[in-house]
Design a protein. Structure first.
Length: 187
């Protein structure tokens, strides 16, 4: 397992070297969106309309952050369960999304779309919401303010910590972890 520092937007050459289990520190712009925002983004794509941000090379973090305390750009920002975005992720990946951050395993359809589009899924550590928030330099709502904490935010991050859970080869950290556990317990 390797360690990488990557700048967004991500390019093919950035994600081609990543393998499951690698630690990645992201810097640059990432966007927040959960299921309600994902539905709106996909509806825009289906209508041929422009998205509220450039999705090419983008990374979306599945989070509904807590309100910011005075002097902080964002409150606690722990990852949400990713499977709720699975119905929408393949379409966004087909339109240029390069990275997603959340927690928990992804569907076969999403993994296949990551392979097809050379994209990755990063796991952020649940329970480390305050640590994750400390890597956020600024946060600005850029779309769907009516969704409250689930509005789309543009975050500028420095060394945002995550782990590659699914790579461009279709490898799955969640599946391999279970296989390792079961093999160890059979012995």
């Amino acid at each position: 397992m390797a360690e990488y520092r990557l700048e967004t937007p991500l390019k093919d050459e950035d994600v081609e070297k990543l393998e499951i289990g690698d630690t990645v520190y992201l810097s640059g712009v990432i966007y927040t969106a959960r299921d309600a925002a994902h539905k709106r983004l996909v509806d825009l794509i289906k209508k041929g309309k422009v998205l509220p941000f450039d999705i090419k090379g983008a990374v979306i973090y599945y989070v509904g952050p807590a309100p910011a305390k005075p002097g902080h750009p964002i409150g606690s920002a722990g990852p949400t369960t990713s499977y709720r975005m699975d119905p929408y992720a393949p379409i966004l990946l087909d339109h240029g999304l390069k990275g997603m951050i959340g927690k928990g395993p992804r569907s076969k359809e999403v993994i296949d779309a990551m392979v097809k589009n050379k994209a990755v899924y990063f796991a952020a550590t649940g329970g480390a919401a305050a640590l994750i928030a400390s890597s956020v330099i600024s946060a600005e709502v850029i779309a769907y303010e009516d969704l409250g904490t689930e509005a789309i935010r543009k975050l500028i991050v420095k060394d945002f910590p995550c782990i590659v859970a699914n790579d461009i080869h279709g490898d799955d950290m969640y599946k391999k972890g279970v296989e390792k556990f079961l093999a160890r317990n059979k012995a």
